[in-house]
Design a protein around this ligand. Structure first.
Ligand code: HEC
Length: 108
C-alpha cells in the first residue's frame, strides 16, 4: 500500500477507535454484528427483528429482556438452538448481550 493509502487507513482508525470505548450499542450489534464473531442478528431475524419463517428464525422485536437473555444464555451453554445461535451467543460478551436484549425489547 502507498503512503497516502496508509495515512487514510490511520485517519479512519482514529475516527472509528473511540467508538469502541463506548458501551456497546445494541442496534449496532443487531444490524452489523459485534465484530468479534457474532454475525449481524438482522441477517437471519430480519432488519426489523420480525423473524424469518423460511429459515426458522423467530421474531425478536418486543420480547422481554429476560426472555432474550435467558435464551442466549441457554444457547451459549449448548442448550437448544441451532449451531449458529450457539456460536453467536458465545461470541457476545455480557455487556453486548444486555445491549442487544434491551434494544430488541424496545422494538415494536
Ligand atoms: C445464522 C442465522 C442467525 C443469526 C445471525 C442470529 N440468529 Fe438468533 N436465531 C436463529 C434461529 C434459526 C433461531 C431459532 C433457534 C431454535 O429455536 O432452534 C434463533 C433464535 C434466537 C433467539 C431465541 C428466541 C426465542 O423466542 O426462542 C434469540 C433470543 C436470538 N436468536 C437472538 C439473536 C441475536 C441477539 C442475534 C445477533 C447477535 C442472533 N440471534 C443472530 C438464527 C440466527
Amino acid at each position: 500500500m502507498k503512503l497516502k493509502a496508509w495515512m487514510a487507513v490511520v485517519a479512519a482508525i482514529m475516527v472509528i477507535a473511540p467508538a469502541f470505548a463506548e458501551p456497546p450499542d445494541g442496534k449496532q450489534i443487531f444490524l452489523h454484528g459485534n465484530g468479534a464473531g457474532a454475525m449481524p442478528c438482522a441477517a437471519c431475524h430480519g432488519v426489523d427483528a420480525r423473524g424469518n419463517t423460511s429459515i426458522g428464525a423467530p421474531k425478536l422485536a418486543g420480547l422481554p429482556v429476560g426472555v432474550i437473555e435467558s435464551a442466549l444464555a441457554q444457547f451459549a451453554h449448548g442448550g437448544g438452538g441451532n449451531a449458529s445461535m450457539q456460536y453467536i451467543a458465545q461470541a457476545l460478551n455480557p455487556a453486548e448481550t444486555d445491549a442487544v436484549a434491551s434494544y430488541l425489547a424496545n422494538l415494536k
